[in-house]
Ligand binder design. Structure first.
Ligand SMILES: Cc1cc2nc3c(=O)[nH]c(=O)nc-3n(C[C@H](O)[C@H](O)[C@H](O)COP(=O)(O)OP(=O)(O)OC[C@H]3O[C@@H](n4cnc5c(N)ncnc54)[C@H](O)[C@@H]3O)c2cc1C
Length: 452
């Protein structure tokens, strides 16, 4: 009997869980499993703000795929188009060679990219918090601002280097602002020529509340922590214009500033746009079993797909969280196996477990299973949750020891300079320009198949 070819696109929360379960539950004689991934690690995104703040090293949040997977064939590259009519995924390898990957069953888990809006200067000057390189870049960039501010006698330059703006009052933006503010406060002690009072962090969001999903009391508690630390939180405000040395807010204020960190939401991977399929706010529309109804043998999940949230009902779709993505990965694996064995598929059902928000040090707010926690108990829950959710014991150990080391010895505020002269726009880090158009996909798929 010929083995089925299962192709997974994306080795993140959803893709990795799916591959692991397939390896466990399918015998090698039943199917060959391949994974297209540009990196050889699963990025533990919830701890990226800790990488930017230097609390964790970049390696500690990069969970090795080869340690987690035993027999999955890893294709080092990115999918740049899918042609379901010929069952081909067009892949650009990390060498830039373009190849066709044939599949019998396709699992699309390419995640999301930073969502941007049509704001003058945004795509040129905004930095994201979505990839490991971005987190490492932001850290270096922030430390560089302190170095340069300390070295200049020009008051205007100093002022613009010491103001930082984070846009997005969801958990990603709030954690990023909170963790980086702790970085600059601690670092200022090593800069005798800098007045720490001149360092100013702004957190802004167009919504009237921070992290509304936490509920009013915890949202207020987080706001109090941030304001007590001197972070200026402006709600109901967005960015009107960004320049190299200033940011203009929609309330008319112009902030001298050379650092804008943009975390105002995510959009499904541009790979979804290469398919001629129905979408819900850019995410691929799927059934509760995570099948793409238009195409035979195609499943989609995670941030890239609009998976119905049966626990909430009322036509809701699951929010783009790691909590959902990892669980969807396991259910998709079961459904892939069921479809190979001609068995009925299971719908995805998961009741949200709540949210943990780490504001750095002893500050946190969390709502596990509806219980509202703040301060040290919330922090213990947050860190315990992350350790449990990480895939390998080595990764858990690395993160645990990094936290301990940082809590006891602090940070050295080293600027590595690795990425200093790289283009650093969102599209440079997130490769959003790499994808084919719908028409190009078909042409590429046909010509690659003809070449064999
Ligand atoms: C700063 C931050 C903090 C967060 N905190 C939390 C939190 O506390 N709790 C929570 O539940 N969620 C959190 N999230 C959200 C969570 O990380 C995402 O919802 C989750 O990662 C989505 O899983 P996924 O598998 O769909 O995508 P990802 O985990 O992003 O994985 C997608 C994978 O696909 C790869 N890929 C992308 N494009 C292609 C392509 N074309 N071809 C092949 N591979 C591709 C990527 O490199 C990546 O490895 C946070 C997100 C951020 C950015």
């Amino acid at each position: 009997m010929e083995r089925s070819r299962i192709l997974i696109v994306g080795g993140g929360f959803a893709g990795l869980e799916c591959a692991r379960r397939l390896e466990r539950k399918l015998s090698p004689s039943e199917a060959e499993i391949s994974l297209v991934t540009p990196f050889s690690y699963q990025l533990y995104l919830p701890l990226l703000p800790h990488v930017a703040a230097g609390v964790l090293t970049p390696q500690s949040v990069a969970v090795s795929l080869r340690r987690s997977l035993r027999r999955t064939h890893i294709v080092p590259g990115g999918a740049i188009g899918v042609d379901p009519s010929s069952k081909v995924c067009v892949v650009r390898k990390i060498t830039d060679e373009v190849v066709a990957q044939k599949y019998d069953i396709l699992v699309l888990a390419p995640g999301s990219v930073t969502r941007t809006f049509d704001i003058p200067g945004l795509t040129d000057y905004a930095r994201g918090m979505k990839t490991l390189a971005e987190a490492a870049y932001v850290r270096d960039h922030v430390i560089a601002q302190l170095d340069l501010a300390s070295a200049t006698l020009d008051q205007r330059e100093r002022e613009s280097r010491l103001q930082f703006v984070v846009v997005g009052g969801g958990y990603a933006g709030t954690e990023t602002a909170a963790c980086l503010q702790r970085l600059t406060t601690a670092a200022a002690l090593r800069y005798p020529r800098l007045d720490a009072k001149q360092i100013k962090w702004h957190l802004i969001d167009i919504a009237p509340k921070l992290m509304p999903e936490l509920g009013d009391p915890l949202g207020e508690a987080a706001l109090e922590v941030l304001r007590a630390r001197g972070i200026e939180v402006s709600l109901g405000v967005s960015v009107a214009e960004v320049g190299a040395e200033s940011v203009k807010f929609t309330d008319g204020r112009v902030i001298p500033c050379r650092t804008l960190i943009w975390t105002a939401g995510v959009a499904a991977s541009p790979l979804i746009g290469t398919l001629d399929a129905e979408t819900v706010r850019g995410r691929l529309a799927v059934t509760a079993e995570m099948r793409v109804p238009q195409f035979e043998g195609v499943f989609a999940l995670g941030d890239a797909a609009a998976v119905p949230d049966l626990a909430k009902g009322d036509g809701a779709v699951c929010p783009p969280t790691a909590q959902h993505s990892a669980r969807q990965g396991r259910v998709v694996a079961d459904n892939v196996i069921a479809s190979l064995r001609n068995q009925p598929l299971e719908p995805y059902y998961h009741k949200d477990l709540g949210l943990v928000v780490d504001l750095g040090g002893k500050d946190a707010v969390s709502k596990p299973l509806g219980v509202e926690l703040r301060g040290v108990p919330a922090q213990l829950v947050a860190r315990g949750y992350h350790l449990m959710a990480m895939r390998t014991n080595v990764a858990k150990f690395r993160v645990g020891t990094n936290w301990l080391l940082n809590a006891t010895a602090g940070d050295d505020f080293v600027r590595t300079g690795f990425l200093a002269r790289q283009p650093a726009r969102l599209r440079d880090f997130e490769y959003t320009d790499a994808y084919l158009t719908k028409d190009q996909v078909k042409a590429h798929a046909q010509s690659l198949l003809a070449k064999g």
